[in-house]
Design a protein around this ligand. Structure first.
Ligand code: KIV
Length: 258
């Protein structure tokens, strides 16, 4: 039987890969019906905790949210982000990745970076930890404003080279974040493993978004985010209705009481 990871790889050039974030059970349960990959991303730092940077997210944050999300995931491949400073060398990375895999029962971990973390990725894969790569804009390494990547020939060459390296090391897929269109197309066409784009054009094999962004829960003006629903409106409608019925003594009725 094909593993979940092989099924994702086989989608390349056949069908787009749907990847979304989830940080808790209820969201994961609904997203699981539609996604191929559910990512417990360290974006939870800004989305849930209002942190200014994902660098403030720690391993415990990731593990607790992943344990919750796991309870809602039946079919999708579950990937968990390794947070900042949890993979500074191959020994630290293995210890932490094993802990994440064991406690959250996820299928894979995601690490940000290319040649800089070559030894770490190599070691994890050698020790049977499935790894998803992440290139382009790397929030854990970025201070200040986020800018797209692949602006000049040098940057393009480096990201291209890193993508080839990650494939060679054995990652099963690579997230390309904010990578210039012609470059993400070139990378996608030259790799056998799928690319998952976020702000990296239509040419990637799949797309990922932060679920709170696409649902309109997170108020953001990021160029690549499209609002596919207005959850804030729905929350307001529901809460307002509850308030009205409590105030007018329409709720709770006998059927809601013991
Ligand atoms: O942390 C995250 O949610 C991510 C995605 C945006 C790719 O890494």
């Amino acid at each position: 039987m094909l593993s979940k990871i092989n099924k994702i790889i086989l989608k390349k050039n056949k069908s787009k890969i749907i990847c979304l974030t989830a940080y808790s059970k209820n969201f994961a349960e609904e997203i699981d019906k539609h996604a191929d990959i559910i990512l417990v991303g360290d974006s939870l730092g800004s989305v849930l905790y209002n942190y200014s940077t994902t660098r403030k997210v720690n391993l415990n944050n990731m593990i607790e949210h992943s344990k919750s999300a796991r309870k809602g995931i039946k079919k999708s491949l579950m990937v968990v982000d390794m947070p900042y400073q949890t993979y500074r060398n191959k020994f630290e990375a293995l210890k932490n990745a094993r802990k994440v895999m064991k406690l959250t029962k996820c299928d894979a971990v995601k690490l940000e970076g290319g040649s800089k973390i070559k030894k770490v990725i190599e070691h994890l894969i050698k020790k049977n930890i499935p790894v998803m790569g992440h290139l382009g804009l790397l929030p854990q390494s970025t201070r200040g404003k986020f800018k797209f990547k692949g602006k000049n020939a040098l940057e393009k060459k480096k990201i291209m080279r890193d993508s080839k390296l990650l494939e060679k090391l054995g990652v099963f897929s690579i997230v390309l974040e904010c990578v210039e269109t012609s470059l993400s197309k070139k990378i996608t066409n030259s790799l056998k493993i799928p690319t998952i784009g976020i702000g990296s054009s239509i040419y990637c094999d799949g797309q990922v978004l932060v679920t709170d962004d696409l649902l309109g829960l997170n108020v953001t003006k990021i160029r690549f985010v499209k609002k596919f629903a207005d959850m804030r409106k729905l929350i307001n409608q529901g809460v307002k209705k509850f308030k009205l019925e409590v105030m007018s003594k329409k709720y709770p009725l006998n059927k809601h009481s013991y």
